[in-house]
Design a binder for this molecule. Structure first.
Ligand code: ADP
Length: 403
């Protein structure tokens, strides 16, 4: 079964074509600069070289038509006919409280995603554009929405409520939602498989550390807490986002620096975090290169690891125990230094890192703790697109079986 996975952003569409029966990616790529001069398609079939094509791509519909034409092309294609595509799976950022799992897209689902635009004004509108474009281009093909927020809908009320007037929750949906749900779900499932135990017997802390970063407490296979909140700004220090701060700072700075709401938002989301603290880069590799020579690069790295350590301690307490810590995302999978600095001092929790395993350049799923460690430490490469493809396959098959 061939499944096309789409991640539609404001000026880009990322895609992967899967053979879902084999869990294999046939081709992937991205269309960038949609609606701008010099739009660019970068396409990589699994068995051939990367191709780059530029042209005029005015909107998401043209972008997806372009993607389909290259998928069918003689030299760069991976399918013979459009009808081979059994379904399209979309990444949708915000499903609010309406979706606790992936769903077949029907008109009521579209309405609900549109209702969540208020929560994710930069993400849900382009996600919807992708869905509507596919409806127009491939009207008979089923589509599935897979949400970033859905996995965290299992959080209990005491974890998702803020200490704000309750009426704000009722009136505006102000609560913690959490993000990166596909990644936390994927790596927690893989962790259970690697440990050879049912999910129901495991208390896991999954650390998704990329440009955006979040931690989740996964108890019995369910997310019971996560560090991102109403928006992806809360929680860990990130590449360009502040993570947790005293909310009064925002009001104080807006007043002192005469910032507009837009400027304050940009400061918190684009000029804070690792780039803001270090003044060097938002990229962890560059921070680590400068760690010994540049005090502020060291500071940013230290704050990043300290925050993560605090969350690990907090979530072990929240779950009343811990079986494994899982690292994923570009930083989690690749930075031995972040893993080392984060876990140093957590020996009292029963975490004993094996430094040789931690420093191995392997890119495979692997355990990196000492044999006597009470708590396992795992590095598991994430694969959010595969989650979307597999959910899409399952939902389409279930709906076909239900007639
Ligand atoms: P995104 O959230 O955009 O998907 P990624 O998951 O690809 O991001 O993570 C990007 C981050 O991973 C960057 O900060 C990058 O520096 C970091 N990273 C990638 N490789 C390494 C490495 N070998 N050592 C340290 N950090 C790394």
């Amino acid at each position: 079964m061939k499944i096309l996975v789409l991640n539609s952003g404001s000026s880009s569409v990322k895609y992967q074509m899967f053979d879902a029966d084999e869990q294999f990616c046939l081709a992937k790529g991205v269309v960038e600069r949609i609606g701008m001069a010099g739009a660019l398609l970068t396409h990589k079939p699994h068995d051939r070289d990367v191709v780059r094509l530029s042209g005029e791509i005015l909107d998401h519909k043209m972008a997806i038509e372009y993607v389909l034409s290259i998928m069918l092309s003689k030299n760069h294609g991976v399918i013979g006919n459009k009808s081979e595509i059994a379904a399209v799976g979309h990444r949708v950022v915000h499903g609010g409280e309406a979706f606790s799992g992936s769903v077949l897209i029907k008109s009521d689902v579209i309405k609900e995603i549109a209702r969540c635009i208020d929560f994710a004004p930069l993400h849900n509108p382009p996600n919807l554009k992708g869905i509507r474009a596919v409806q127009a281009i491939l009207p008979d093909i089923p589509q599935v929405a897979v949400f970033d927020t859905a996995f965290h809908q299992s959080m209990p009320e005491h974890a998702y409520m803020y200490g704000l007037p309750y009426v704000l929750y009722k009136r505006h949906g102000i609560r913690r939602y959490g993000f990166h749900g596909m990644s936390h779900r994927f790596v927690s499932n893989r962790a259970a498989a690697l440990l050879g135990k049912p999910k129901a017997e495991l208390k896991l802390i999954t650390c998704h550390l990329g440009n955006g970063a979040s931690v989740a407490a996964v108890d019995h296979g369910k997310s019971v807490d996560t560090s991102m909140g109403f928006t992806p700004l809360e929680g860990l220090l990130m590449g360009t986002r502040s993570g947790d701060i005293d909310p009064a700072i925002v009001l104080h700075i807006m007043n002192k620096e005469e910032l507009s709401m837009h400027e304050a938002n940009t400061m918190l989301n684009k000029h804070s975090g690792i780039i803001g603290l270090s003044g060097v880069s938002s990229d962890m590799r560059e921070i680590e290169e400068e760690y010994e020579n540049n005090n502020r690069a060291k500071l940013a790295h230290d704050v990043f690891c300290y925050r993560l350590k605090k969350y690990i301690g907090a979530y072990a307490a929240a779950m009343g125990g811990l079986d494994a810590v899982v690292f994923t995302g570009g930083i989690g999978e690749n930075s031995a230094m972040v893993r080392r600095h984060t876990l140093k001092g957590l020996e009292f929790l029963g975490i004993l890192l094996d430094e040789e395993k931690n420093s191995s350049p392997s890119t495979d799923e692997r355990g990196i703790c000492k044999p006597e460690s009470k708590v396992n430490v795992l590095v598991i490469p994430t694969n959010e697109e595969l989650v979307i493809a597999m959910d899409t396959k399952r939902i389409v098959e279930e709906s076909a079986a239900a007639g």
